[in-house]
Design a protein around this ligand. Structure first.
Ligand code: ADP
Ligand code: ZN
Length: 215
């Protein structure tokens, strides 16, 4: 199954993706994580990313797509994957559709996680993630076992862009560029809306129900 987890920043996409990996037994593909890993690896492609990222520029779609295809063709992703944070624009959604079609696959379901702006802000300013393993916490809703450390002992860090001001900007950008993706997939009749407000387990259950009939 190929599944897009969709929603505004802070909706809980990363958190739910980490849970769905075990439930669906398919990997999560996060282009943000892939790009960071590729830069660290020092590969030729990583160096190309570096040129853009170090100047604070957006990495061109074409480069992101190349990395994405490499990941999609690894053995563990052959039966499907959970896409989180990609696609971000309608042209990216069209590229994704094309890349999947070349492999006789398609986006089977788009789970659209819905939360309001106030809830989003509250979640993002208290978000922390583990530098070592990537586990996502919320200081109140999903607190780490100890104040400043992950269950793996890794250090917890706050993303630089996780401030209220930046979140409001990211939300505007989401409304303008990312939200239209839902209409693109509604035409294909694969969108399932899920209420994102509730405990982590409640939201996971709603997602499981929403994709229940999809194979
Ligand atoms: P996204 O990937 O959509 O940006 P995250 O999964 O990183 O969102 O979640 C954003 C923040 O909200 C994190 O701090 C996370 O722990 C918290 N969070 C996620 N799901 C819930 C939920 N159902 N209730 C409360 N907080 C949540
Ligand atoms: Zn950790």
């Amino acid at each position: 199954m190929d599944l897009i987890l969709f929603g505004p920043p802070g909706a809980g996409k990363g958190t739910q993706a980490q849970r769905l990996i075990d439930i669906l037994e398919i990997p999560q593909i996060s282009t943000g994580d892939l790009m960071r890993a590729e830069r660290k690896s020092g590969s030729a492609l990583g160096k190309e990313f570096d040129e853009f990222m170090s100047k604070g520029l957006l990495v061109p779609d074409e480069l992101v797509l190349r990395l994405f295809q490499q990941r999609l063709d690894q053995e563990d992703a052959k039966k499907g994957a959970i896409f989180d944070g990609y696609p971000r624009t309608v042209p990216q959604a069209e590229s994704l559709d094309g890349v999947l079609a070349e492999r006789d696959r398609k986006v089977d379901v788009v789970v659209s996680i819905e939360v309001g702006l106030d809830e989003m802000i509250e979640r993002i300013v208290h978000r922390r993630s583990c530098e070592a393993c990537g586990q996502i916490y919320h200081l109140r809703y999903n607190p780490p076992p100890r104040a400043d450390a992950c269950s793996c002992d890794g250090k917890l860090v706050q993303r630089k862009d996780d401030t209220e001001e930046v979140v409001r900007k990211r939300y505007d950008e989401y409304l303008q560029k990312t939200a239209p993706i839902v209409d693109h997939y509604k035409k294909k009749d694969v969108v399932k809306a899920v209420d994102g407000v509730g405990t982590l387990d409640e939201v996971t259950d709603r997602i499981k129900q929403a994709i229940g009939g999809v194979s």
